[in-house]
Write a protein that binds this ligand. Sequence first.
Ligand code: GP9
Ligand code: MN
Length: 630
Amino acid sequence: MKKTSLSKMQFLFLATFMMWIKTYIVYKTSFDIKIESWKQEFILFINPLSFLLLVFGMSFFMKEKRRNLYIIVVSLLSSAILFANVVFYRFFNDFLTIPVLFQTSNMADLGSSISELFKFTDLLLFVDVVVLLLVFKLVPKLTNTDSFTKKERRVYFLAVAAMFFFNLGLAETERPQLLTRTFDREMLIKNIGTYNYHVYDIVLQSKSSAQRALADSSSFVDIENYLKANYKKPNDDLFGIAKGKNVIYISMESTQSFVINETIDGEEITPFLNDFIEESFYFDNFYHQTGQGKTSDSEFLVENSLYPLSRGAVFFTHGSNEYTATPEIIKEHGYYSSVFHANNKSFWNRDIMYQSLGYDKFFDIESYDVNEENSIGWGLKDIDFFEQSIDLLKSQPQPFYSKFITLTNHFPFELDEEDKHVNEFTSNSRTLNRYFPTVRYTDEALKLFVERLKEEGLYENTVLVIYGDHYGISENHNVAMGSFLNKEVTPFESVQLQRVPLIIHIPGVTDKNPQLISKVSGQIDLKPTILSLLGIDTKNDVHFGSDLFSEQRLSFAVLRDGSFITEDYVYTKNTCYDKSSGLEIEQKNCEPYMEKAKQELDYSDEIVYGDLLRFYDGTSYNQEQTNLKK
Ligand code: GP9
Ligand code: MN
C-alpha cells in the first residue's frame, strides 16, 4: 500500500498495536500458559493480531467521522473482555466461555471473593483506551479520516486473512486437529488467541443449540448399545441392604482426599472424618469429574450419572433438559427429596435445575437465619447451617433423600479466629495456608451434625454419603502444595490430587464391617451405587457410572478434561504414566483405554446436547428401541 494509505491508518495501527502488546502482557502475567519452545512463544505473541486487525479494520466501512470513535469503542470492548478473562482466570483458573458469561447472577454472588479477586493494577488494562482518547482529542494529525478506496480495503483484508491463516497453519503444525479437539481451552488460547477463541466459542455454542433441534430418538441407538454392554450387575450381598432407609448426601465444599488422615503441626486436619471412616465404607481412589460448573457439576454427576460439559456449567446451559435423576426415580419408591443449601436459589441456576432433576423441595437461603454473626466468606457458617437444618429435616416425610451442600471451606477460605482449630500452613500460597483451618472447621461441623442426628433418632435409619465436590487448591498453587506433600507436583500428581473423599455409612452394616475400598472410581458411580443399596434396579436406567460394589466393576475413572485413571495407569496431557512409580511410560500402555474414555464423554455429551432423555420413557432402553418415547 502507498504511503498515503498507511497514513490514513495511523490511528487504527496505534489502537491495534496497543491492544496487541497489552494482550500479550496479559498472557504472560495473568494466565498460566505453558510454553515449551520458541515457536510456541512466537505463536502466542502473534495470535491476537489477526482478530484485532479484522475488527479494527471494520472501521473502513464506517462514515469518516465515526471511524475513530468506532476504534475507541472496539478498543474499550476488547479491553473489557480481557479484563473479564483476567478476573475469571484468577478465580477458576480457566478461561471464560460464553455460557458462563450469562451467569450474571453467579458473578454478582461472588460477593466477598470479588474484593480478593480484583486488583488495583487491573485498571492498567484500560490505559490504552485512555491514550486513544487523548490522541483523538489532542493529536489531529494521527486521526486522518479520509476514505479508503476499494483496492486499499481489499489489500488490507487479504493481508489480515493471510495473517490469520499463517497463525492457524503454524498452530496446526504444533497441534494437529486443534479446532476439532476442544476440551483444552488453554491450548486454544495459546494457539489462536483469546479473541479468536471467543468467536470459536460462540460458534460452538450455536452449534449445540442446533444439535438439540436436530436430535431425534434414533440418536440413542449407539449409546444404548454402549450402555447395555457396560452395565455391571450389582453385588448380591449389598443389593437392597439399605432398602427404605433415609439417605443424606453431604457435599463437602472443596475437600480433597489429601487432607484425610493427615496432620498439620501434629494436629489432625479431619479428626472426625478419620474416625468416621473406621465405621464406614471409605473410597480412597474416588475422583471428582467436574468441569467449569464446579459444585453444580458434581451435583449433576451424582444425580444423573452423566458427565458435565467441557465448557460452561451444564446446570446453566442445559437446565431445562429432560433428565431421569435419582430424586425422580426414588419418588416412585415413596421417597421425599430435598436439598439444603444456604445460598441464593438462583446460584448455579439451581432453582430451575432442581425442578428438572425432580426434587420436591429446595431449602435455600430463605429457609435460614443468616446474619453478620453467623456468616463468613460465602455465607452461613457450616455449624450454624447444619444446626438450623435439623428442624427442617425433621419436618420432612420419611423416607427422605436429602442433600446438604456445605460452604465454609470455599475459596478464599476465610475463617474467624475462634473457629480455627488447627494452624495455617506456612508457604508462599495464602490460599493453601488458609485451606487447612477451614477444612478442619467443616470437619467439626460434620461431627456436630452426626451427633444431632443421633439425638434426634434419625441416625440409625439413615444412610450417610459424604463426598468432596471438587478440588479446592488449583494448579496455581503447585509449588506450595509440593512443599506440603514433600514431593514435586507433576502432571501425574496433579491428577492424583483430583481425588476427593467418599464415605458411605450404612447403620448396622458398615459399623460392623467397615471397609477401605481402593478401586478407582468417580462421582459418576454414585447414582447406580446408591440405587442398588436401596434395592432399586438400575438395569434400564441411563447411566455411565457403575455400582461401586459390583464384582464386575472396572477400576476406571475419566476426568472431564479427558484424563483418565485405571488400576495401573494415569493418562493426562497426552502422556501415559505408570501409577506405582508416577513415571512417564510408553503411550501404548494407555491406548486400550483411550478410546473408551473419549467414547464415554462423547456419548454423555450427545445425550446432554441433544436432550436425548426426552425420547426415553425411563423403563426400557435395554429391551427394544421401539420402547423409546415417540
Ligand atoms: C455455591 C456453592 C459453591 O452455592 O455451591 O459453588 P462453587 O464455586 O464451589 O461451584
Ligand atoms: Mn464447590
